[in-house]
Design a protein around this ligand. Structure first.
Ligand SMILES: NC(=O)c1ccc[n+]([C@@H]2O[C@H](COP(=O)([O-])OP(=O)(O)OC[C@H]3O[C@@H](n4cnc5c(N)ncnc54)[C@H](OP(=O)(O)O)[C@@H]3O)[C@@H](O)[C@H]2O)c1
Length: 330
């Protein structure tokens, strides 16, 4: 197969937001270095982090101009030195910078085979949303059967997986979502759905838990909802796993933790977890594969946009119009 030298790609040209993304047709096709594989992108995953990066709000994020996107599925068309597996021809999903393009480099060690009978789009989620949701629930959140878990953005890509897995582990699930998305969350098996914009979010959760609070909170809402999440967590034994800040930064002081919110506060970044605790990640992926094999986690059906419509996809995600996973097809 002949690999071209240039390709179409979506370039972020400012830090003012996704509207400043433009389609270019002369981006350089990268060459795999040692330990890397080059895939021909079939479909790229859209993540909330892409929105954060477009606004310059992602810690250590790229400076414009940069090819956006970081998650994709595709066929391996070339491998670098020291790569024995996976081989050319394999279909893999992985994470690498510059996924909104026709070709993408992935670290060979992080390229996960697409299950045989899954489409490319269905495999999106396997390396970002699902492991993140599972990490928040299990190794970090220590979910146990009978416990109550509050899951923000429960109709979103990460939240949907979290709802399904939390129910599988025997938890009582309270999901939050915008008004038009409640039915989606209920259909996934959530026991209760609370409006994510509700001013009395904490009071509602306390009401649903006989005043005790949620044993575990998956906190991605940020902004004003962050304080509500802390308020809604069970005193002393309750865990709040913080892994997103869609509504913006929020603070908690040492005084708050001593006098107001006596809860267990845990930070999660899946990239750092992979780097700093590979044994935890390995166990996590093993568990995820078991959940897939047993039919608990089923392939998702992302909403697919054309690559040229990437800015619209990111804007829809940012303005809370979307349900489930979004994808771009180059
Ligand atoms: N730390 C990590 O490693 C990691 C990895 C993956 C994802 N995440 C985080 O997990 C969260 C979900 O990511 P995702 O890619 O799956 O996105 P998503 O959940 O599909 O979409 C984001 C959702 O967040 C909710 N939301 C709440 N407050 C919002 C606000 N002020 N602005 C926009 N949306 C708001 C919206 O749902 P409603 O309108 O229904 O409330 C929105 O649909 C994000 O915060 C993301 O950064 C973190």
């Amino acid at each position: 197969m002949t690999i071209p030298t240039t390709m179409r790609a979506l370039e972020q040209t400012s830090l003012k937001g996704p509207q400043d993304m433009r389609l270019v047709s002369d981006a350089a096709v990268p060459t795999p270095g040692a330990g890397e594989v080059l895939i021909r992108v079939e479909v790229a995953g859209v993540n909330f982090a892409d929105v954060s990066k477009a606004h310059g709000l992602f810690g250590d994020g790229p400076q414009p101009p940069y090819v956006a996107g970081f998650e994709a599925v595709g066929e391996i068309v070339a491998v670098g030195e020291e790569v024995n597996i996976p081989t050319v021809g394999a279909r893999v999903v992985g994470v690498g910078e510059g996924a909104f393009a026709e070709y993408l480099l992935l670290p060979a060690a992080g390229a996960v085979p697409v299950p045989d009978d899954w489409t490319a789009a269905q495999a999106l989620g396997m390396v970002v949303n699902w492991p993140t949701a599972l990490a928040a629930l299990k190794p970090l959140g220590r979910i146990a059967a009978g416990e109550t878990v509050l899951i923000h953005a429960a109709a979103g890509a990460t939240g949907q997986a979290a709802v399904v897995m939390a129910k599988h582990y025997g938890a009582v699930v309270i999901g939050t979502a915008s008004a038009g998305k409640h039915e989606t969350v209920r259909a996934l098996g959530a026991d209760y759905v609370v409006d994510s914009d509700a001013d009395d979010l904490a009071e509602q959760v306390l009401g649903l838990t006989t005043g005790i609070g949620a044993d575990l909170v998956l906190e991605t809402a940020g902004g004003a909802a962050f304080a509500a999440s802390l308020q809604a967590a069970r005193r002393v034994l309750g865990r709040v796993v913080v892994f997103g800040l869609a509504g913006g930064e929020a603070t908690v002081s040492n005084g708050d933790l001593v006098y107001k919110h006596q809860i267990q506060l845990i930070g999660l970044n899946i990239g750092v977890l992979i780097q700093s605790a590979p044994e935890v990640f390995g166990a996590l992926m093993g568990e995820m594969m078991r959940l897939i094999a047993s039919g608990v986690l089923v392939p998702s059906e992302p909403t697919v946009y054309a690559l040229a419509d990437g800015a619209s996809a990111l804007t829809d995600l940012e303005t809370r119009k979307t349900v489930g996973k979004l994808a771009l097809r180059p």
